[in-house]
Design a protein around this ligand. Sequence first.
Ligand code: HEM
Length: 244
Amino acid sequence: MEGVDRARDYIEAHLLYQRDQPEMFNNTRLTMAVSDLFVAGTDTTANTLRWAILYMIDNPDVCEKVHKEVVKAIGNDRLATMQDKAALPYTQAVIEEVNRKASLAPMGVFHRVVDEVTLANSGGWKLQPDSICTFNTYAIHHDPAVFPQPEKFLPERHLKEDGQFAASPHLSTFGLGKRACLGESLARMELLVFFVALVQRYSFSLDPEDSRTMWQLTEDPSFSKGTVLRSPPLHKIVFKARNI
Ligand code: HEM
């Protein structure tokens, strides 16, 4: 497609295709695709950060360790960029542990089977066309065979012996296969930059007027309303500026 390589963004690329292939690309598709990006790209990262703050309140030692690493790697005078990533292995491990424990999309996203498929290592189980299938991310992320003591918040499980970050091949935070999350790299970038900025500048605590326990805010199954995302119930956080 002529010029598409020089498109400045998704919408411009879509409009260029629309000019040449109007039977395939039109305003309705563009509107739906852009709204998909907003829906898939906002609540996800925002709620992961809400989980991250709750887990930092519940694990103050971890939070202080992140703060120490951040100050050592980038100081207090500027925000993090992706160039700082390699110098922040513990912080990356913490974000990975947030993704594991929170299991934001606990049952993934539903898919429809197009062609009959035989499941590997299943003794011949077949899925028929039009079956709806999904995968249980929450169960994978809490499998004690893969993540010992899964109820514990342990960032160290995502660190190698030399202290470097090692992304776990067992996490399915962003889905699996060809239809895995389109925004994974953007999401990982946003999570790192925002999380570092928050820990760099603030310490966090729960609203003293909120009598709910941490368990009620993070584990109580009754707060899940059956939507795609597993997000904590509404709560307030007290942000205290660090002396920087
Ligand atoms: C922490 C943040 C995020 C999480 C946990 C997350 C998780 C997921 C999951 C589990 C899926 C379904 C994958 C599957 O069915 O195998 C998905 C799909 C998708 N995500 Fe994300 N996502 C995040 C951020 C984003 C962002 C920032 C964008 C874009 C701006 C985005 C765009 C999409 C799109 C377009 C799909 C559908 C892909 C397809 O059906 O082919 N996501 N995401």
